[in-house]
Design a protein around this ligand. Structure first.
Ligand code: ACO
Length: 325
């Protein structure tokens, strides 16, 4: 049995409004608000990195759990925007946090579903042998995508979220997780440059491919709604519960219209779905842990609540977790 023992998060101080983007590219506050529900997002300072944001979120989750770095037995970190190609960011976080020489892993490139999938992996690691696992979802997207592409730049923000998971009853029990992948849709949402298919070189630089996120927004929209609502229904069915038993759904915060469509498909009232995409934009793997941290902290989630976490991202990957607080 796997439990959440502490929640943490970090968002950079610098706030970027829609007007900031309207000055740089051909867009407007009205367009971004209407199509996405995003009003603001955070942008990391020059002296911040994927690793520093991860450490900040991890330290707040550790503090919340009452544990210290020495108590952590494994780290799983989900990100599409790692500190560097090699080594992985989790190794840097292990050292910076002052953990023992424990095993760490990155779940890289798994898009915005990475954190919920990482929770599933952590659950299986805890089932093999009781241990405390630090799970982090982090994204520093502002440095990886083109600031001149209005199709993608205004959608994203930088942030990190973290949980400490362990075998002993804590703040919430992870009852079950379902997840899936459809690699046939990989080309619909991709940042291809930098891999072996399209290595970084002069051509990549001249073409501007190094930060070109290719996205068919409409296809992403349709699949995100279908997969998140179906995965949520499936995880509820597996634990013998129905939508009426759910106190709160925390969906991946890509945009308000996707969240709203998932809510309607699941037959949920507005107050049963957590939304903070207006404040942070799409922070990739960080949206779900950041929102869960916030919802615990501001009292939206109370003891006894059944909460569903669900996410969808590049791959396509998707996942849903049922969590009993
Ligand atoms: N400002 C003004 N115009 C814009 C902007 C912008 N920021 N971005 C795109 N447009 C333009 C396009 O250039 C295009 O213009 P054209 O018709 O002249 O070519 C037009 O708007 C596109 O219009 P629509 O396709 O009708 O826009 P739509 O209503 O589909 O909204 C959006 C686009 C917001 C991307 C939508 O498809 C969406 O939300 N998709 C989901 C994608 C998403 O959230 N991805 C995040 C990463 S993946 C994830 O987290 C799951």
């Amino acid at each position: 049995m796997a439990h959440f023992m502490g929640f943490g998060g970090y968002a950079p101080e610098r706030v970027i409004t829609n007007d900031y983007w309207a000055e740089l590219v051909d867009t407007s506050d009205e367009w971004i608000t209407q199509r996405t529900g995003i009003k603001r997002r955070r942008m990391a300072a020059d002296d911040e990195s994927t690793m520093t944001m991860s450490v900040a979120a991890a330290e707040s989750a550790l503090k919340d759990s009452g544990l210290v770095a020495d108590d952590i037995d494994e780290i799983i970190l989900a990100t599409d925007t790692p500190e560097m190609m090699t080594p992985d960011t989790s190794a840097l976080v292990q050292h910076q946090l002052g953990c023992r020489a424990i095993p760490t892993y990155d779940l890289g490139g798994s898009g915005c579903a990475g954190f919920v999938q990482a929770v599933d992996v952590a659950r299986s690691r805890i089932a093999v042998a009781p241990k405390n696992v630090l799970v982090i979802g982090v994204e520093l997207i502002s440095r990886m995508i083109s600031p001149t592409d209005r199709n993608t730049a205004p959608l994203f923000g930088d942030a990190a979220g973290a949980v400490v998971m362990g075998p002993e009853p804590g703040r919430a029990e992870v009852l079950d997780v379902v997840s899936g992948t459809d690699g046939g849709s990989a080309e619909i949402l991709t940042l291809a440059a930098g891999g072996t298919r399209n290595p970084f070189n002069e051509k990549t630089l001249l073409n501007g491919d190094y930060n070109r996120l290719i996205m068919d927004g409409r296809k992403v929209f349709v699949e995100a709604v279908r997969r998140m609502s179906e995965a949520s229904a499936e995880v509820l069915q597996r634990i013998g519960k129905s939508v009426s038993d759910v106190a709160l759904v925390i969906p991946h915060q890509a945009n308000l219209r996707i969240i709203d469509a998932v809510r309607k498909k699941m037959g949920l009232d507005e107050d049963k779905v957590y939304v903070n995409v207006d404040e942070y934009g799409n922070t990739g793997s960080a949206t779900v842990p950041l929102a869960m941290w916030e919802a615990v902290d501001n009292g939206t989630i109370e003891k006894g609540d059944l909460v569903v976490l669900t996410a969808f991202g590049a791959g396509f990957h998707w996942a849903a977790a049922a969590v009993q607080f």
